[in-house]
Design a protein around this ligand. Structure first.
Ligand code: NAI
Length: 346
């Protein structure tokens, strides 16, 4: 039977008339645990676009949490707003009640447009929320750093990045931290940000070079680290890339999964975004599970090992790192699925 919603385990359309809340919760897969993923709040051109984004991001969270060996499935939600929100507390409480109705199948966190205070408000309804005042970005940066080192090890057979040129797109919470780590190890940094002052200040601090935001993806470098927008690699940008490795924090980097083949054909080694940028979700789990900071650091650094395993599996099996990582994630999910849940086609 053809499925209208292939791959989305549960889709909740939320319409709360008293508060005016309109939202979509997409729970992609709960085999490994509750569908963990952020709440995004923004305007969308249509309800269909909002639904597509929620489902696409939820599926990515399934891969990210499974690849990071965390006890969570994948979920994501979007709150659709058309303008300024008059009563944010009422809106977040209303959303929290919908989260509560999922009976633990959806575990919301912070995403674009929402804050830890919003999550705390949702939690007042009794809903479980992944809410922590602490900024996870340094942990995400550490994971990306480990992913870059793994790729350099595979491509160049070396453990250091001294003298290598790394182009970082976006030097906000994650990118700036990554730049400082790499600069301290002797890498040459090319830095771009749409906030020109931010790029210039950081470049002066680390002795890097500022590059225009629209030129960074095509800059000649060893490593391109996208730490800003989604879908940076598309059919237009791909032919212009002049890097040997791509590893960064930005989610949903490939406009289309087939671009992983094109990257491989060009000899560019890509550490899949959902493998490299898992430091944030590992941080969420660490706080929920009561890990020490030492354990957290160890687990985030293990992103380097996981990246190496992915790159090695890709090389061994003659597939792209993207396919290898998806397969590893799917195998973890399949191994956890009860045998009785596997249905055979008639
Ligand atoms: P941020 O908002 O702190 O920093 C993003 C930076 O990129 C800002 O300085 C912004 O001015 C700049 N920027 C935006 N568009 C740009 C463009 N087209 N060209 C150059 N610069 C541009 O965001 P944050 O937290 O550093 O996250 C970066 C990326 O990593 C985002 O895609 C985010 O979804 C992803 N990510 C972040 C995690 C975290 O722990 N913060 C966890 C996992 C993924």
């Amino acid at each position: 039977m053809d499925s209208v919603f292939p791959g989305t385990e549960q889709l909740v359309l939320c319409d709360d008339r008293p508060s005016g809340l309109r939202a979509i919760i997409a729970i992609d897969d709960t085999t490994l645990g509750p569908g963990l993923g952020g709440v995004r709040m923004k305007a969308y051109p249509s309800d269909a676009a909002a639904m597509l984004e929620a489902r696409r991001l939820a599926a990515a969270m399934t891969l990210k949490n499974a690849a990071a060996e965390l006890p969570y499935g994948g979920g994501k939600s979007v709150i659709v707003v058309d303008g300024p929100v008059a009563d944010r507390t009422t809106l977040m409480e209303a959303f929290g009640r919908f989260v509560l109705r999922t009976a633990g199948a959806y575990l919301p966190g912070v995403d674009m447009g929402t804050t830890t205070a919003d999550l705390a408000t949702m939690g007042t309804t009794g809903a479980d929320v992944a809410c922590d005042e602490e900024d996870p970005s340094p942990w995400t940066a550490l994971g990306v750093w480990a992913g870059i080192h793994a790729a350099v090890r595979q491509v160049d057979g070396r453990d250091d990045v001294e003298g290598l040129t790394v182009a970082v797109q976006g030097v906000g919470h994650v990118g700036a931290d990554l730049v400082r780590r790499l600069a301290a190890e002797g890498a040459r940094l090319l830095i771009a940000d749409v906030d020109g002052d931010r790029a210039a200040t950081l470049a002066a601090e680390v002795g890097g070079t500022v590059v225009a935001p629209d030129a960074i993806a095509a800059a000649e470098c060893d490593v391109f680290a996208p730490c800003a927008a989604a879908r940076v690699v598309d059919a237009t940008s791909l032919p212009a890339l002049r890097c040997r490795i791509i590893a960064g924090a930005a989610n949903d980097l490939l406009a289309d999964a087939s671009l992983a083949d094109d990257l491989a054909a060009r000899g560019i080694v890509y550490v899949p975004d959902f493998v490299a940028n898992a430091g944030g979700v590992i941080h969420i789990h660490a706080r929920r599970a009561g890990w020490t900071d030492e354990r957290l650091e160890q687990e985030v650094r293990a992103i380097g090992t996981r990246s190496e395993q992915v790159l090695e599996a890709a090389r061994r099996d003659g597939v792209t790192p993207w396919s290898a990582a998806v397969q590893i994630a799917h195998q973890r999910i399949a191994a956890a699925r009860p045998a009785s849940a596997v249905t055979q086609p008639a």
